[in-house]
Write a protein of this length. Structure first.
Length: 363
């Protein structure tokens, strides 16, 4: 059940008034949205955090690069210590670009990734004549409300466990803007669904979303890869299925919504405990002491699991040797349900294919 803080409704009404005014100014052209002469795909949501933007962006990276596209990713770089526009390369530290961009650049070193809070400026830098080879497509990570860029394709994510039609505006709920904002989406994805979601429940969700005829709806679920050691040989992986129901597991997270992950892990072991930190938490030496202590208290044979995003923020910590030896990273990927993957993929490729690199005009 979605938790709503009803005493905060008056503040939510005032917040909504401001957001509606801002959207109206964009809609009537007082505030200007800039278009660009190459495919720009926005991946975002109506809520704050926790819908699975990063694994869905990585899904698009795999699809586009496998199709031979020179792919760029532009993020604001949440909580980074740098300012302005910055290209990421193999040696760029996480603190300079943020945990999610660092994760994507580490997994896909051949993509061109940059951070800039000013998205129009960032795209202009990424498409400058000196950038070679020129990019075929740019993915905007978490930019659904950044309307100064007019993306050619908007992908809106909504969490299965917290659907937007049951939510409320900030601060009473977690909506960044009213439900009417979903009308800007070309594709809506209900994310983090159970892998065996029934067609009847999917249809019920479809009815409650009340999408326009032009909008496409897909359902996705999370798929977990093999566990990778935090330190040690990169090929020293172990399948998640190697866990037994009696394997003690301590799950370390600093993400917005770890409940889905914890629920899914219960399908592998019944002995799960968790150590939670806030989303994008910058771990300190004091946190390392807490992690070391909790792991020691967990007892012999315990595995410590964390997400890829959290792992990017752990490397500088004075973790104990025991923790490092038993710390594993759990990769997360996305599957499209109901056989929708070919249709979803083709919609993305058809959109990108409407542009010809040789025929683009200056912005």
């Amino acid at each position: 059940m979605v938790k709503i803080y009803k005493p905060l409704y008056p503040l939510a009404w005032l917040y909504g008034l401001g957001v509606r005014l801002r959207n109206a100014l964009f809609d009537c052209g007082v505030l200007r949205s800039t278009s660009f002469p190459l495919p720009v795909i926005c991946v975002g949501n109506l809520t704050v955090g926790g819908t699975g933007k990063t694994p869905h962006t990585e899904y698009l990276i795999r699809l586009l690069t496998a199709s031979g596209m020179h792919t760029g990713v532009l993020s604001r770089g949440y909580k980074r210590k740098s300012k302005g526009f910055l290209w990421a390369d193999a040696g760029t530290p996480m603190e300079q670009i943020g945990d999610e961009p660092f994760q994507m650049k580490s997994k896909f070193p051949d993509i061109r990734l940059a951070v800039d809070a000013d998205r129009p400026h960032g795209i202009r830098c990424m498409t400058a004549p000196e950038v070679t080879p020129p990019l075929d497509v740019i993915l905007l990570d978490d930019a659904y409300q950044h309307r100064y860029v007019k993306a050619g394709l908007n992908i809106l994510l909504t969490d299965y466990r917290r659907p937007i039609y049951e939510d409320a505006l900030l601060p009473a709920g977690r909506l960044r803007e009213p439900l009417s904002g979903k009308s800007r989406a070309d594709i809506v994805v209900v994310s983090k669904c159970p892998p065996r979601l029934s067609e009847s429940e999917a249809e019920a969700i479809r009815q409650r979303l009340r999408l326009e005829e032009k909008q496409s709806l897909f359902f996705s679920t999370l798929r977990y890869g093999d566990l990778h050691p935090f330190e040690g040989p990169t090929d020293a992986t172990r399948p998640l299925s190697s866990l037994t129901e009696d394997t003690p597991v301590l799950v370390l997270t600093g993400i917005a919504s770890p409940d889905k992950l914890l629920h899914d892990l219960q399908g592998y072991t019944r002995r799960i405990s968790s150590l939670r930190f806030p989303d994008h938490h910058q771990f300190t030496d004091g946190d390392a002491e807490t992690i070391n202590r909790r792991f020691a208290e967990a007892g012999a044979g315990t595995l410590l699991l964390t997400t890829e995003k959290d792992a990017t923020r752990l490397h500088h910590l004075p973790l104990s040797d025991e923790v490092k030896r038993h710390l594993y990273i759990l990769p997360i990927e996305v599957d499209i349900l109901f056989g929708g993957q070919p249709v979803f993929n083709q919609k993305i490729l058809d959109y990108v294919g409407t542009y010809s690199r040789d025929n683009r005009l200056p912005a």
